[in-house]
Write a protein that binds this ligand. Structure first.
Ligand code: FAD
Ligand code: FES
Length: 273
């Protein structure tokens, strides 16, 4: 069992768990993920490594409760155990000295861009973080990001904090500056990443996105996570999760994410009954 050392509730639907997993903590790098299974008959779900502490032997994940498994995970308290916790999986984010990098995070994607911002900064880049949430209550880790990056720009869809609008509005301004970013990294809901790519394509900015298809095994055997990138089939779990956003077939991925909607809703309804 992998013990929950710490739990933080950011909002009723967004939670953080710090989990005791020393071997994963020693190896995990920015951009990688874990596959976890809460109990014997449960499904495996992928979550990004938001932080890790090799000395404490812990890995931190931040997740939004959207269905049965994330709801169940969110109900666990400190001291409880998780049956399987496999990782780190996927390829780490490409980290080099690119110059100026804009990291765009939407919703829980903010937790995913934090380790990427930190690694990019450590490699000598100037890092601009553009983060957005539907409303103020859903924003978290503003303090951590502020300590890490050179510039932090915040938006909320409803204008309840800092600036009203979408991350794409801010990104458009950043992209149009005299010194635009040399690269953009975006992690968040699919429509957000797609919209970010629309903006950056206009400005000719290389853009990396972290894809979130449905995964089953997370090790390249089942094919559940296949996506089309540059006209070719790619397996996100072993070849990703990050790809050139301008090459991704977002429409196909969005369609595939809807495929089991009826079963997901039934499963959640049964869990809540
Ligand atoms: P389900 O019943 O499976 O789904 C409920 C709803 O969520 C449905 O509407 C469904 O269409 C949608 N959904 C299901 N799977 C996904 C998905 N993969 N992406 C987007 N929507 C989905 N989520 C986090 O909150 N934090 C993370 O750090 C995180 N990292 C991820 C890293 C990777 C590599 C991948 C592939 C996904 C990641 N996700 C993350 C998404 C997370 O795995 C799903 O939200 C989770 O599997 C949903 O399980 P569920 O049983 O609670 O909901
Ligand atoms: Fe099975 Fe990627 S999740 S091949």
């Amino acid at each position: 069992m992998y013990r929950i050392l710490r739990k933080e509730v950011f909002s009723p639907s967004v939670k953080l768990l710090e989990i005791e997993a020393p071997r994963v903590a020693r190896k995990a790098q920015a951009g990688q993920f874990v596959m976890l299974r809460v109990y014997e008959r449960g499904e495996r779900i992928p979550l990004t490594v938001a932080d890790c502490d090799p000395e404490r032997g812990s890995v931190t994940v931040v997740f939004m409760e959207v269905g049965k498994t994330t709801r169940l995970l969110g109900s666990l308290e400190e001291g409880a155990g998780i049956l399987d916790f496999v990782g780190p999986l996927g390829n780490p984010t490409e980290i080099e000295k690119f110059g100026r990098v804009a990291c765009v995070g939407g919703g829980v994607g903010v937790a995913c861009i934090y380790p990427i911002c930190r690694a990019l900064k450590k490699a000598g880049n100037e890092v601009i973080a553009v983060v957005g949430a539907r409303t103020k209550e859903l924003l978290f880790w503003e303090d951590r990001l502020r300590e890490t990056v050179d510039e932090l720009l915040i938006t909320t869809d409803d204008g309840s904090y800092v600036r009203k609008g979408f991350v794409t509005d801010v990104l458009r301004e950043v992209a149009g500056r005299e010194n635009p970013p040399d690269r953009v990294v975006a992690v968040g809901p699919l429509p957000m990443m797609r919209a970010v790519c629309g903006v950056t394509k206009e400005f000719g900015l290389k853009t990396i996105v972290s894809l979130n298809p449905i995964m089953v095994d997370g090790i390249g055997m089942c094919g559940a996570c296949r996506v089309t990138v540059g006209g070719e089939t790619r397996f996100v779990c072993v070849e990703g999760p990050e790809f050139d956003g301008h090459e991704v077939d977002f429409a196909e991925l969005a369609q595939r994410l809807q495929r089991y909607r009826a079963q997901e809703q039934e499963s959640l309804a049964r869990y809540e009954a």
